[in-house]
Ligand binder design. Sequence first.
Ligand code: AG3
Length: 287
Amino acid sequence: METWFFENQTGNFGIKIRIKSILFHEFSDYQEITIYDTLEFGKVLVLDKAVMFSDKNEFVYHEMLGLVPLFSHEKPERILIIGGGDGGVVRECLKNPFVKHIDLVEIDKKVVEVSKEFFPEIACKLEDDKVRVLAEDGIEFIKNISARGNEDEKYDVILVDSTDPVGPAEGLFKRDFYEAAYGALNASGIFTAQTESPFFNQNLIKDIGKIIKEIYAKSSLYCASIPVYPSGLWSFTAGSKKYDTKVINESYKDFDFGRLEKELKYYSPEIHHSSFVLPNFIKDIIK
Ligand code: AG3
């Protein structure tokens, strides 16, 4: 008998993935967590019925969310990741030579636990000496840092690796969160968030783009192709106090990207630049 998992992505459209078995299923304090073993994509993590990643193509999202902002920053030493309990973005950030410390603030500690158990290649750096994992509410965390105004606590880069803007992640798509993130960043800090599909979430991308433009000196949007996400095309929105996120910072002019080639399956200096080249319909969304 064939068994399929369906994700209803828009209410009128979705994807189906043929599954070999269900490896894990549980309701945590925050969400429904399911892990499938699938024929096409290997293991797949599903939160509240939405696919978060698959073994076969997680690299696209994690490399692009982690590396584009970091390599446009001159010296990203302190990083904050909100969400991302699977550890994929942590793994990527540690490929940047300047990173000294990463705080990962994931509200649902169950996501961290199951990722370590079922996705060791993704969660592989969660125990690294440079990494601190906190099971806290990311919104509160950022608001507190911003309110305290203690320069030593602030970050060079803040990354939001969230689920869709429903349920536990809703507040991560709101203006007061973006303002608090600004306050928790150093004077030349960069903020980047995953901002859904340019085909299906145009209003969301437009609204976030507008807010980021108002708050930050520079704003930008870049895309990557992720087969298991709604429409397969995904957007990331960046706000920057100083650096141009579209270009790799001069501080990497002697950095040997070739050395990372084996570890990087999507990101490269060429992809960094080309991911900001947008088709007209996306330019229209953010203009
Ligand atoms: N976070 C973004 C997943 C959004 C996918 N949406 C959907 N399938 N409806 C992924 C977290 C990976 N660290």
